[in-house]
Design a protein around this ligand. Structure first.
Ligand SMILES: Cc1cc2nc3c(=O)[nH]c(=O)nc-3n(C[C@H](O)[C@H](O)[C@H](O)COP(=O)(O)OP(=O)(O)OC[C@H]3O[C@@H](n4cnc5c(N)ncnc54)[C@H](O)[C@@H]3O)c2cc1C
Length: 284
C-alpha cells in the first residue's frame, strides 16, 4: 500500500498544468480530489513519475448560471453540487445524484471533473451528464474543444481526452420549462458504486412526450444513452405500456458487463427495471 516514488508539482494556472502535461505526457498525471488516483497509486495500479496538482486552480471551480447554460467547473466537488441552492432550483437531479455518491468525506474532496475524466464504468456523474445533454469543455496544448457528453466516454476508464488535455468544465443546457430529470441507482452493496444507474429526463406537453433523454451507467464498459428508447418515447403519451417497451429497448442497446457480482443478463434486466422506474416516476 505504498506508492512508487513520484515528483509532486502544484500548478498555479491551467496553462502551467497543460505545459507540464505536454512536456511529459506518459509520465505525468493530474490530481484533483485524489480520491480515485491516490488509492490507485497505493495499489500500484498507476505509477506516474510526476503528479501535477490542479486542486488550487480557482479558474476550474464553481457553478455559473447565465443565459441558456450552466457552467460547472471541473474542480467542483460532489459536496458543492449537493449544497448549491441555485443549481438545485434549476436541476434538482444534481442534488439527488450527489447524495448517492459515497460518504461526506469522499464528497468533500472528489470532483465532478475527476469522476468524468476517470470514466469508471460504475460512476454516477457520467449517466447524469449524458441525460442532461451536457458538453464537456476540454483544454490542451492545441487549444480548446467541446465534446457532447454522449461521445466523451469510449471504454472502461477511457475517454476522448488526450494525454496533454485537461477537462476544464461541464456545460449543461438550462432545462426547458416543464423538463424534469431523475436518477436512480442499484448500489453495489460493498462499494456503493452503481451496478446499474439510470438518469432520465422527460418533458410532457398535452400528455405527450415533447422531449426525452436517458443516461445509463454501471451496466456496460462506459455510460451510454439509448437512441432507440428515446426515439420510441418521443411524440407519444407516456403510458405504462410505452414505458415498458422503451425500457426493453434500452436494455437491448448494448452488451452488458459480467462480473462476480452481476451477470450481463442480470445487468440487462436491471436496466429494464430501472429505466421503467425512472420513467414511471417522471410520468406521475
Ligand atoms: C470510498 C469511495 C467511494 C466512492 N463511491 C463513489 C460512488 O458511489 N459513485 C461515484 O460516482 N464515485 C464514487 N467514488 C469516486 C469518487 O467520486 C472520486 O472522487 C471521483 O471519481 C474522482 O474524483 P477526484 O477529484 O478524486 O479525482 P482524482 O482521484 O484526483 O483523479 C482521478 C483521475 O482523473 C484524472 N483527472 C482528475 N481531474 C482531471 C481533470 N480536470 N482533467 C483531466 N483529468 C483529470 C486524474 O489524472 C486521474 O487519472 C468513490 C470513491 C471512494 C474513495
Amino acid at each position: 500500500m505504498i506508492p512508487a516514488v513520484f515528483d509532486y508539482v502544484r500548478a498555479f494556472s491551467l496553462s502551467e498544468a497543460i505545459g507540464l502535461l505536454h512536456d511529459d505526457p506518459e509520465g505525468t498525471k493530474l490530481v484533483a480530489g485524489g480520491h480515485t488516483l491516490l488509492p490507485a497509486l497505493k495499489l500500484r495500479l498507476a505509477s506516474p513519475s510526476r503528479l501535477v496538482d490542479i486542486g488550487a486552480l480557482s479558474e476550474l471551480r464553481g457553478i455559473e448560471i447565465s443565459g441558456g447554460s450552466i457552467k460547472i467547473g471541473a474542480l467542483t466537488t460532489h459536496a458543492e453540487l449537493l449544497a448549491s441552492e441555485s443549481l438545485h432550483r434549476e436541476l434538482p437531479v444534481f442534488r439527488e445524484a450527489a447524495r448517492m455518491i459515497a460518504d461526506p468525506q469522499v464528497r468533500n474532496r472528489g470532483t465532478i471533473g475527476g469522476s468524468l475524466a476517470n470514466a469508471d464504468p460504475a460512476a454516477d456523474w457520467p449517466a447524469i451528464v449524458i441525460a442532461l445533454q451536457a458538453e464537456i469543455e476540454i483544454v490542451g496544448s492545441s487549444g480548446k474543444r467541446r465534446v457532447p457528453a454522449n461521445d466523451f466516454f469510449v471504454d472502461i476508464f477511457a475517454t476522448v481526452l488526450e494525454q496533454d488535455e485537461v477537462l476544464a468544465a461541464i456545460h449543461v443546457p438550462r432545462p426547458e420549462h416543464g423538463m424534469r430529470f431523475t436518477y436512480r441507482k442499484i448500489r453495489h452493496p460493498a462499494s456503493g458504486f452503481a451496478v446499474v444507474g439510470v438518469a432520465a429526463g422527460v418533458r410532457l406537453q398535452g400528455g405527450v412526450v415533447a422531449a426525452a433523454s436517458l443516461g445509463i451507467t454501471g451496466a456496460a464498459s462506459h455510460a451510454f444513452s439509448s437512441r432507440a428508447a428515446v426515439d420510441f418515447l418521443t411524440g407519444k403519451p407516456l403510458s405504462p405500456e410505452r414505458i415498458e417497451e422503451a425500457a426493453k429497448l434500452a436494455a437491448e442497446t448494448t452488451e452488458c458487463l459480467s462480473d462476480r457480482y452481476a451477470s450481463a443478463e442480470y445487468r440487462a434486466n436491471l436496466i429494464r427495471t430501472e429505466v421503467k422506474r425512472t420513467l414511471l416516476a417522471l410520468a406521475s
